[in-house]
Structures are given as C-alpha cells and as structure tokens.
Ligand binder design. Structure first.
Ligand SMILES: O=C(O)CCC(=O)C(=O)O
Ligand SMILES: [Fe+2]
Length: 223
C-alpha cells in the first residue's frame, strides 16, 4: 500500500525546517547508502549535527502526531530523518532500501519507507519519486509538507532533477505489523469502524469491528 498524506507539516513547522536546512552544511549522500545503492545515489544530505537533529525532531514529531500515519504504519521505531537535497543533474537510481539499519543495540528492520516533501512542487522540475509496482511505474511529486509512505520491499528511484532544488526528509519505520498486507487489513478495518462510529455512534456493528481489529492486532503485532 502506497499512501500519500497531505499537510503532515504545518506551515510553521515547514518554515522552521527550511530555516534549519539553510543553516546546516550538506555532505555527499553516498555516506548513508548501502554498498549497491551508493552506486546510483547522487544527492547531498544535511550533515549529522545538532541542526539536523533539531529538524529531524520536528518532522518525526509531526509524523508521530498524525493519526493517518500512525494507523497506516503502526510504528514501533522510527529512524531519525535524513534531509536530502537534489540540485539539477542529481538523481537516485533504482534501488531497494537496506532491510536492516543502525548499529548493534539499536538495529531495526525497515518495513515502511517515507518521504516528506519540503520544497514547493512547482519550484523544481523532475525529481519525482518513482515506484516500481506490479502494475508498472508510479510517479509521485507532492506538495510541500505532504508525506508519502510505501513498503520498504519495493524498487524505487528519484528521477533526475532538471531545474530548481528538490528538498525532502526521508526515513524508515519498523512496524509492529511486519507484513504490508496485514497493515492494509488493519487500516481498512480501522477506517471502516471509525466512519461507522461517525455515522451511528457505538453500535453493535462498531463493537464487532473493533473486536476484530483488536484481535488481529493481538494476533499479528510484534512488540
Ligand atoms: O528522496 C526520496 O523521495 C526517496 C529517496 C530514497 O529512496 C532513499 O533515500 O532511499
Ligand atoms: Fe530508497
């Protein structure tokens, strides 16, 4: 399931993150890619300093405070955000994200990958996030402040930027629910029971859907 979530960042949060991006220094993005992804990764990234930590905290807090994000991702652990910049001529060729990230003791599995768009969509040309799906390629370029989340098991790439500057924050979550299809069932059930609740309040049907949702969570969740 690929999901786009609008307005994850408020205009104030977006402004603050952009200010911090302007303050920090950028380094070669190859430093944070696996050995094969490094071959096709051409971008720069905000150096891992206090500035990056401050910006990461703002974006992570916004994601974790977003109801749709929580329901869709069921996050168990969320890595610090990486702030990537693509100037004209830069791109990130097809790759799969590393399955395991972090050092001993803080190692996590990547189940869900995400991009939070930080530049206005019409301020740069190219730079679409392209996902290889069984139905063919799908391209995404979202408004500033919006996020896209997608299963980490896909091949994906960032198309070459041909004008302007593409700024994004990317990260990975380990989910309580490892399998993408199970996450989708839980999200559908949760969405259905919430809209039923809006319509009819705490009905018998709502209770049964809630029971199924809770029992599937009990069956599938890794805590
Ligand atoms: O910039 C993006 O939208 C995604 C980048 C990416 O695939 C990655 O950093 O692994
Ligand atoms: Fe990636």
């Amino acid at each position: 399931m690929i999901l786009c979530i609008a307005n994850v960042l408020s205009p104030e949060q977006l402004g603050e993150v952009r200010r911090l991006l302007g303050e920090g220094t950028h380094v070669d993005g190859k430093q944070t890619a696996g050995w094969h992804a490094r071959l096709v990764k051409h971008n720069t990234q905000l150096a891992a300093t206090d500035t990056a930590t401050k910006a990461s905290d703002i974006v992570r807090k916004a994601l974790m405070g977003n109801e749709v994000f929580r329901a869709a991702v069921q996050p168990r652990q969320l890595r610090a955000m990486l702030f990537s910049r693509y100037e004209p001529g830069m791109e990130y060729g097809a790759h799969v994200d590393d399955a395991l990230m972090g050092r001993d003791g803080e190692r996590m599995r990547s189940d869900v990958s995400m991009t939070v768009f930080l530049a206005d969509a019409d301020s740069y040309e190219g730079g679409e996030l392209v996902m290889e799906t069984t139905g063919g390629e799908q391209s995404y370029k979202l408004d500033a402040g919006a996020a896209i989340i997608y299963p980490s098991n896909t091949l994906h790439r960032v198309a070459p930027v041909t004008g302007g500057v593409r700024e994004v924050a990317v990260s990975w979550a380990q989910s309580l629910i490892r399998a993408p299809e199970q996450r989708e069932i839980l999200l559908d059930l949760d969405t259905a029971r919430r809209s039923l609740f809006q319509r009819e309040g705490k009905s018998r049907e709502f209770d049964l859907l809630s029971k199924s949702h809770a029992n599937l969570l009990r069956m599938w969740a890794e805590t």
